[in-house]
Design a protein around this ligand. Structure first.
Ligand SMILES: NC(=O)c1ccc[n+]([C@@H]2O[C@H](COP(=O)([O-])OP(=O)(O)OC[C@H]3O[C@@H](n4cnc5c(N)ncnc54)[C@H](OP(=O)(O)O)[C@@H]3O)[C@@H](O)[C@H]2O)c1
Length: 246
């Protein structure tokens, strides 16, 4: 029987790579993003179903989910990956940057979970995967909006797992380090242990296949940040200051 997934943020980077992989492995793939042209290219080259949509428009999201339900679509995997990264200037704390970041990285994940989760219910092995980030493990300069939004979405995934444990839907939290995608290509600082989008997709696919609740990669960065986070608080703050100055 053909497996089916819906991937958000599938027009670019990690989501696009995952969509291509699942399609190449015989899955029916629904690819969601705003960029119609990029989705059309995926649809024509890889037989992927395009769902052009702005995830921050929750009324449109609800309509799309209802249409899929009416069409009898059953999802085996709902992969909520779409996201953005905006750095902020602490002297200004531009509220619109926080609103934009939380709108897609947090509120849209909650809304997509609410409206798309019913599509998972008839699957024999339903998986809900949520892409967060390692960014919230440690305080990084100018990451007040991005890091906070990812802390929020990681907490959401862990809490939701508890509350839907009896539903049969497994919740998988994905926390990548640096991946070479359009999102990071605009960074002007050194990105330790940067991995390619192919490596990132492989780690996610293997983790989901193995049923891992939490998928973190690359391990070296995750261990390093976890080690820093268990330092005494004042020492940790000093290390963060030192890293900011580099
Ligand atoms: N790259 C990294 O180092 C890294 C590390 C940790 C976590 N992550 C997370 O991984 C996820 C994917 O990031 P990426 O690196 O692959 O970035 P990317 O190449 O910039 O892709 C982001 C995707 O999100 C979609 N998107 C953004 N806003 C949207 C909206 N309002 N509605 C619908 N789709 C929207 C974009 O499509 P459209 O513009 O076409 O809408 C695009 O497909 C993000 O959640 C990111 O935070 C990335």
């Amino acid at each position: 029987m053909t497996s089916t997934c819906l991937i958000t943020g599938a027009s670019s980077g990690i989501g696009r790579q995952l969509a291509l992989h699942y399609a190449a492995n015989g899955w029916k793939v629904y690819a969601l993003a705003r960029s119609k042209d990029k989705l059309a290219e995926l649809a024509s080259s890889a037989g992927i179903v395009a769902l052009p949509l702005d995830l921050t428009d929750s009324a449109a999201l609800q309509r799309t989910a209802q249409q899929l339900l009416d069409d009898g679509v059953v999802l085996d995997l709902l992969l909520l990956n779409a996201g953005t990264c905006e750095y902020v200037d602490a002297a200004d704390l531009a509220l619109d940057a926080f609103q934009r970041t939380f709108a897609i990285n947090f509120h849209a994940v909650v809304a997509a979970t609410k409206y798309f989760m019913p599509l998972l219910k008839a699957s024999l092995n339903p998986q809900l995967a949520i892409v967060s980030s390692m960014a919230h493990f440690f305080p990084f300069t100018r990451a007040e909006a991005y890091g906070a939004s990812k802390a929020a979405v990681s907490y959401f995934a862990d809490s939701l797992r508890l509350d839907i444990a009896d539903s049969g839907i497994s919740v998988h939290l994905i926390e990548p380090g640096f991946v070479d995608t359009p999102l990071t290509q605009k960074n002007d600082f050194a990105m330790p242990f940067l991995v390619t989008v192919e490596q990132a997709a492989e780690r996610i696919l293997n983790g989901l296949q193995a049923g891992k609740s939490r998928i973190r990669f690359p391990r070296r960065l995750s261990y390093m940040l976890k080690l820093l986070s268990v330092l005494p608080y004042n020492l940790r703050n000093k290390v963060a200051q030192r890293m900011k100055q580099q």
